[in-house]
Design a protein around this ligand. Structure first.
Ligand code: 13P
Length: 259
């Protein structure tokens, strides 16, 4: 983490968990455990129907609210979809795009990820763009070409101003929900590589400023080591973000203190 040039972000991804009635008790339990001075932005990406309740409950605790997906269309006859304008309207500050679960179960393509990213930028919502390789790709030595492709595809036509809104999350598919975390070295290697791609496309300054997160079985025990890596600026956390004590420990691991 290098907080001199970029902000640390700890984002929980609740996936399809929690009810509206769980939110207030969760935040009430979490709040007293939060470090007094947070050196990171804290975000909870919740199911869309829970966004208003999370915004109300999270305000005092300074927890921003994010969504988990957005439509790649502006508006109209797209039953079941939620637009970037609607997310911005309700107050969502972040939105995950291209999560591997959406790529796998909803056939989300790199083109979809690119158009969703564009719509979010247009409406002032920060996209958290997820990239990551499968175990098969890693074992065949295809991690870096795959990441290179995913990053360039997601950011096609995103200009320098748009990039300032973007956050990248490296989530190796084999580490998600498996308890099998990438080692700090493996995670650093790919996050550093992602920064080098940003440098190639946009130059040194944007590469230095963009926050790159690691996700995949990050938890209260391994967070500090992962966050100590120079190119890992935070985490995108699934399972451990459902437990207030674990989530608070991860936030504290960004170097936030209790002065
Ligand atoms: P886990 O932390 O449960 O492995 O999930 C990671 C993830 O998919 C966050 O988006």
């Amino acid at each position: 983490m290098n907080t001199k040039y970029r902000k640390a972000i700890i984002a929980g991804n609740w996936k399809m968990n929690m009810l509206v009635s769980d939110i207030k008790p969760f935040i009430e339990e979490l709040k007293p455990m939060l470090p007094k001075t947070k050196t990171c932005d804290t975000v909870l990406c919740v199911p869309a129907v829970n966004i208003p309740a999370m915004l109300r409950a999270g305000k005092d605790a300074k927890i921003a609210c994010g969504a988990q997906d957005v439509s790649s269309y502006d508006k109209g006859a797209y039953t079941g979809e939620i637009s970037a304008a609607q997310l911005a309207d309700v107050g969502a500050k972040y939105c995950i795009v291209g999560h591997s679960e959406r790529r796998a179960y909803h056939n989300e393509s790199d083109m979809d990820v690119n158009s969703k990213t564009g719509k979010l930028i247009e409406h002032g919502v920060s996209p958290i763009i997820c990239v990551g390789e499968s175990l098969e790709q890693r074992e065949s030595g295809l991690t870096m070409p795959h990441i290179n492709y995913q990053i360039r595809a997601a950011l096609a036509d995103v200009d320098m101003t748009g990039l300032r809104r973007c956050v990248i999350a490296y989530e190796p598919i084999w580490a998600i929900g498996t308890g099998k975390t990438a080692t700090a070295e493996q995670a650093q290697e790919v996050c550093g590589y992602i920064r080098s791609i940003i440098r190639e496309i946009y130059g040194a300054r944007p590469a230095r400023s963009i926050s790159i997160l690691y996700g995949g079985s990050m938890n209260a025990k391994n967070a500090a080591e992962l966050l100590a890596q120079p190119d890992i600026d935070g985490g995108l956390i699934g399972g451990a973000s459902l437990k207030p004590a674990d989530f608070a420990t991860i936030i504290a691991a960004t170097g936030a203190d209790n002065e």
